[in-house]
Write a protein that binds this ligand. Structure first.
Ligand code: P1T
Length: 386
């Protein structure tokens, strides 16, 4: 069980899970780059037997992550989808999973090509709470999976109300908090049973690690996923855990900088004659702006916009930006741009994508922390070329 501290967030990211190395006084945690640990007698050890099961560097990261979301337990794995798989393996076969309809393409693929063989998977617009209640009542799902804001449409679900409904109908609620990071949104405090992150994104923040984590107060669930991790083996390497611990230290200031730039870019795009529509939770025009304001302490660095034009224009625009790198992923210090229909959400069938509103003129930005004038100039040059 991780130690909960009373510190403020910016202190927690730097100090939680951190204490000077007992042997040397080193202020930074050592990277315990070891696969195994010496025992004094069979079964007599210092709490560590084998790195797939436990590793001191990973333990420190887990302690810090738990504290960030006021949770007792955290588990780290080798990717966001590895954590998602452990969660899905932890619920009984034959269970129903009620899942948000606009989720990361990889989560959709995991649910529709792997876990659909053992579970009944139903997608729903989780922003529509009336419909959510109807489905919870009708299907009695074991798991209610919410992504908020969603990837890539940035739809916002009222987490307090949605998780209260899940509780009423005895479903375990899980919130994918990747887009906001623990800095801007704390789903456990809003009522979620489990929080899930792709650490590849904001938590690490430097586009040099793939990783995932979950946080929860439910000991029995944590024990189950830990046992699965130990049995199935998707543990994160000590070095990657160390990199995330290092990246986390600047999470608070990075998120503020992402948000500051994203707000300016969203306002610029909203006025642009070549843009059809901009989606950013911080804009008054966002359909759930009021909910975003009430449950998030900021609006993050992700923007989705629809270009006026077709796939050819989108392609040209994406080829012309220079500072925004055309790449999948998000949440790093550098700005990224991508085309969900061709890239991150290609595994969702076109008809489903278009029903959701993921059209060929939809472009997603992960606004980095560079000088914002340079970012806007880069976009302006690309607009001029189309
Ligand atoms: O890539 P991985 O660390 O396995 O995490 C998967 C994942 C889970 N949840 C959300 C909301 C995500 O955005 C992701 C990964 N997303 C991308 C790679 C992307 O470009 O959208």
């Amino acid at each position: 069980m991780a130690k909960k501290t009373q510190h403020k967030f910016a202190t927690k990211v730097i100090h939680s899970g951190g204490h000077p190395d007992e042997e040397t006084g080193a202020i930074m945690p050592p990277i315990y780059q070891t696969s195994t640990y010496v025992q004094s007698s069979p079964g007599k050890h210092k709490g560590y037997e084998y790195t797939r099961s436990h590793n001191p560097t990973r333990s420190r990261l887990e302690e810090c992550l738990a504290d960030l979301e006021s949770a007792k337990y955290a588990l780290v794995a080798s990717s966001g989808l590895a954590i998602a798989s452990l969660i899905l393996h932890a619920i009984p076969e034959g269970s129903t999973i009620l899942c948000g309809d606009d989720v990361y393409g990889g989560t959709y693929r995991l649910l529709t090509t792997v876990f659909n063989k053992t579970h009944n998977v139903v997608f729903i617009d989780t922003t529509d709470l009336k419909r959510v209640e109807e489905k919870l009542k009708e299907l009695k799902p074991t798991l209610f999976w919410i992504e908020s804001p969603t990837n890539p449409l940035l739809k916002i679900t009222d987490i307090k109300k949605a998780t209260a409904l899940a509780k009423k109908y005895k479903a375990m609620s899980i919130v994918d908090n990747t887009f906001m990071s623990s800095y801007f949104q704390k789903p456990i405090e809003l009522g979620a049973d489990v929080v899930f992150h792709s650490m590849t994104k904001y938590l690490n923040g430097h586009s040099d690690v793939v990783g995932g984590c979950l946080m929860t107060n439910k000991k029995s669930f944590y024990d189950k996923v830990w046992t699965l991790q130990n049995s199935m083996g998707p543990s994160q390497s000590p070095f990657d855990s160390w990199l995330v611990l290092r990246g986390l230290k600047t999470l608070a200031i990075r998120m503020e900088a992402h948000q500051k730039n994203a707000k300016k870019v969203a306002q610029y795009l909203e006025k642009h004659p070549k843009v059809e529509r901009v989606v950013y939770p911080g804009l008054k025009s966002h359909p759930q702006h009021r909910i975003a304001k009430s449950q998030m302490s900021g609006f993050g660095g992700m923007i989705t916009f629809f270009l006026k034009g077709d796939i050819k224009k989108s392609r040209k625009f994406l080829e012309k930006v220079k500072l925004f790198a055309l790449a999948e992923s998000l949440g790093g210090v550098e700005s990224l741009i991508e085309h969900p229909a061709i890239m991150t959400h290609a595994s969702i069938p076109k008809t489903v994508r278009e029903e959701l509103g993921i059209f060929d003129n939809l472009i997603r930005l992960s606004v980095g922390i560079e000088d914002c004038d340079d970012l806007i100039e880069d976009l302006e040059k690309a607009f001029k070329s189309i």
